[in-house]
Design a protein around this ligand. Sequence first.
Ligand code: ADP
Ligand code: MG
Length: 386
Amino acid sequence: MSHRDHRLRDDFTAQFGAVPDAEALAPGRVNLIGEHVDYNGGRCLPMAISQSTYAAVRLRSDTTVTIRSRQQADAWTGDVTRLGPGDATGWVAYAAGVVWAMRERGLDVPGLDVLVDGQVPLGAGLSSSAALECSVALALNAALGRPDSPDVRRALIEDCIRAERDVAGAPTGGMDQTVSMLGRAGHALLLDCATGRTTDVPWQPEAAGLALLVIDTRAAHALADGGYADRRATCESAAALLGVSFLAEVTDPEAALTRLAGDPVRQRRARHVFTELQRVDAAVTDLAAADFSAFGRLLTASHASLRDDFEVSCAELDVTVEACLAAGALGARMTGGGFGGSAIALLREADVDDAVAACTEAFDIRGWRAPRCLPAIAAGGARVLG
Ligand code: ADP
Ligand code: MG
């Protein structure tokens, strides 16, 4: 058990006066490629990262629920029979929502004490929200004495998705929760969003002297929520025009784009989806052959498509990508929904420091707050501790 786990256990005991019944961790994630394709029924390629959220849980003999986070000043207290949409709000909604969803599924969950400690930066596009949900779900599952199996994890993923969508009120395609629960060290997870099917894809750039760098621009533009809803609606209207439920079902993209020519914006949005789907397939092939140069070019092409066709990038993300490419990156792109958040760059190990310096300087001369850079290694999914 690592030092950090001990600290959580000690903290829990100090705050709640008894040792936890169970502890679990769940990782954040980066999406390597396949952006804005989840709600179009396509495939994406996220990986779990080593930055994780830890949760400790103790069941109580009454119905009181107390939730604390080391990242928040105030504890929240409620009643387990009254949890649900509209009860807990703010950060608590993610954790309380999981408890609610597990009860909704018919599990006999009594009152409980929860303490979480997250090392995934909040709101950086690395899915601290799914890490929080999944760590609480797995720790509670263990505290209830329930087994851990692939089927159990699938059910917990659904609980976490319901928590985020119905209680925290954030639309989610399920990619984050799936990879946080099912990720495997040294691998990315190919996720077919239409079927939920997952496949492990090898991801070990370190063996080739390469590193994946995450650059959190720390920019959050007001456009993010509205922009997401708008892109989603446009994609759905394009699919309706083409007579399919999801754009990913289109078998002849060229013909489809011709049919969409009457509305250039809608045509551009669809073109991003079609080309991004092709890039995901190409990426899987490149990674199977450990061809990181080809993979890097796909990253950069994905960024151009998100910037020019889907129009969800922003100045901070574009500047980051350009700075990384100038520093020798094999490829770079924005990751996540866009309008801020993080970019990723695939770099030679020896170029990482230069890339960090280049991004920092590019931000500095524009008067922007310094970006936060962190290495991303493909880590395993959520697990019970101890
Ligand atoms: P992301 O998932 O990309 O980090 P979100 O906006 O989806 O961004 O989720 C971030 C929110 O999740 C935070 O604002 C906070 O409400 C909640 N959250 C995540 N981790 C923690 C934590 N360790 N403690 C308390 N709240 C957290
Ligand atoms: Mg999130």
